[in-house]
Design a protein. Sequence first.
Length: 243
Amino acid sequence: MTQESNHSPAQADTFLPGPVLLLGAPGVGKGTQAQLLMAGYGIPQISTGDILRDNIARGTDLGKAAKGLMDNGQLVPDDMVNDMVGARLSQRDVQRGYILDGYPRTLGQAEWLDAHLEGLEESAGAVALPLVAINIKVDEQVLLKRITGRRICGKCKHIYNVYFKAPQQEGICDVDGTALQQRSDDTEAAFTERMKAYHSLTAPVIEHYGKQGRFREIDGDRDVEAVTESIREALEQLRQAGN
Ligand code: AMP
């Protein structure tokens, strides 16, 4: 994954990204794009999936409660993820903005987040900018290959794909030589379940933010760099428009 950009480092310092939602079906590239935006803008990626996987790896009660649901492609209950996000948003590194990746995934989560941010805007020092939502779209057939072919470096979290972006040496990270891993929910059966949850529960979230005006749809079936550039353009245009 290259991290080239037409933007100068100075812009990364002066541009205030604020809260950004990356929306889209499983496998559209939210994680990859969030990592690139994080590097470009110097703001954190907040991935509820990553936080849950970290809890599973550490054997916490939250991780134990979430594992079975996640392996079957089902959503974790709203209260659990809302609490996680609330705790994460109380940390200091979110002051210039942050990228929410994989959250909110239900209308209940979206409503909780909207109310939580309204509360934060009133408290001193918090980013007062409203949310900007970017929906990444990719055809479902392509998503299946992206999901079942996805491999992730256990150490640096770099993302590969055995069909589209294979590492130079099979199963080994190009960056640091660590063995690549496959997520336990990146199977065809779990993908089918995740798409069902996406259509019934997450599609209304996209409608919800679509109605608010600070929203753009991006074609995610292109080179990673082209998608990143479109997201940057959309985000910066939306912010310039006074949002
Ligand atoms: P992801 O890494 O975003 O693809 O998420 C992997 C799995 O974690 C999902 O299939 C869900 O089981 C769970 N998960 C992640 N984010 C959420 C969320 N916002 N709400 C409910 N479940 C979630």
